[in-house]
Design a protein around this ligand. Sequence first.
Ligand SMILES: [Zn+2]
Ligand SMILES: [Zn+2]
Length: 327
Amino acid sequence: MKAMVLETPRTPLRLLEVPTPSPSAGEVLVQVAACGVCRTDLHVVDGDLKHPKLPVIPGHEIVGRVWGLGTGVTQFNIGQRVGIPWLGSTCGTCRYCQTGHENLCDTPGFTGYQLDGGYAEYAVADVRYCFPISGAEPDAEVAPWLCAGLIGHRSLRLAGDAETIGIYGFGAAAHLVTQTAQYHGRRVYAFTRPGDRKAQEFALSLGCAWAGGSDERPPAQLDAAILFAPVGSLVPTALRAVRKGGTVVLGGIHMSDIPAFPYEIIWGERVVRSVANLTRNDALEFLQLAPTVPVRSHIVTVPLAEANLALDRLRQGELTGAAVLIP
Ligand SMILES: [Zn+2]
Ligand SMILES: [Zn+2]
């Protein structure tokens, strides 16, 4: 099969012909129809996330059809549409797995990082971490749900019972969570790179109450803020924008250093917290909610062989919505 392979961090992916994997017991082989490009892929490729399996096929927003069944697999049928997310395996026995916090598992396996992912024509996955995708939404539009959607959903939940929510970094995750937040009657304030009128117009077109640069103060005090931009200096900025008791949720897996800030801006029981990975329950919840809203993904499709181009455009902040690779 053809795959885009990371051989060494901080070098471009290479288009290679590699053996099509065969499913072991408890696994499915999936023919990839679409794979979203997530900022986490960029962190793997750029070496921000340490110790990837090498070589590794990135990609953890996979939508495809079951092509082969490992022994013992009865949950899925050949031809069934499935989604494969970031969480690829957990130990099931550590204190986190045993208490419903499998997103914090001590020895997890992540798709496209420790396990080969979806920048390829085929991928294998443990059936316990795959999800059936019913409905008529096109494959490429469902792909961003598998990480941007799930992480956005978890971030929104951890933001608490907020009526006004600021979102810093208006990319793939933000544009999806904006839709579910508004569905639940919340008002969304979108913060983009200063001067990025295109992203601000995109946010307003999705119904945001306000859109501006991350250097601007919102017109209303925020009950909570979610940061998807991996920019540590935005943490004190967001703290200054949230009310007493408000939460600042850090939705990314990697962030530049957070600068020192005066105690008074976190005083008043403001909370800063990160969001790590996802649980399978998050996925089940979101995949049920998304078609109800309905959540619409704004995507640009890119041929698999041009994955480096898609990653570059994400790195430069040139994407509106999400890029999706099509094998
Ligand atoms: Zn565990
Ligand atoms: Zn992701």
